[in-house]
Write a protein that binds this ligand. Sequence first.
Ligand SMILES: [Zn+2]
Length: 242
Amino acid sequence: MAIQDPHVRSYFSACTCLRVMRYSALCVICLQAEKIFPAIWHHEHVSNVILAIKNTESTMNYCSECGASVALAIPAGDNRPRHVCANCGMIHYENPKLVVGAIPEWEDSILLCRRAIEPRYGKWTLPAGFMETRESTAKAASRETLEEASAQIEIGEMFTLIDVPAISQVYIFYRARLLDTDFHPGEESLETALFPESRIPWDDIAFHTVSLTLRHYFADRANGVWRFHTMTLPMAYSSNDV
Ligand SMILES: [Zn+2]
């Protein structure tokens, strides 16, 4: 169908069921061919959908169920674009990812790891990483600490929960007690070391979420009151800022 906005016309077509899909003249939901809608009403509808699609981060191309191509479409009863398989009808929902880590404490110091991988190669971080399926957040924090610093910890209280909606991630850090100082760099680390507050390499911390967590940690410790901190980073944040 003809859409007046040149950006819209170049990428999208719309279906009679009022859903929009990419690179196709046939809607994968209702399988009706495209038709022309009243210009004003249609333009408003499509603009809203285009905005939603632009905000979709995914680049999925193929269906994980059957291997056929997927297209972006708004399923019936839904309100945002999903990747839908035109062959088997599978709707592929995508949800935010959890990044979980620990603040391993040893006397007055904290265990940090210097990254041996991108992003932020060479920068310091708390041990943390993406949660795996079929594990708890506490287990994920312990596992990441073991993988990145070969360190054994006893998990304590959840300390920070940081939403980063701009990149669809949620960060969780637990306080943790380092069980001994028999730690050494894992495959993803160049170095592992204990830092008292006075020696934290603030200018070389890999991620904003880690800096925030450490600053709250030392503030609470100074105040003698441990609290649970929740934060939401602004949408202006990107993967370069977390
Ligand atoms: Zn499929």
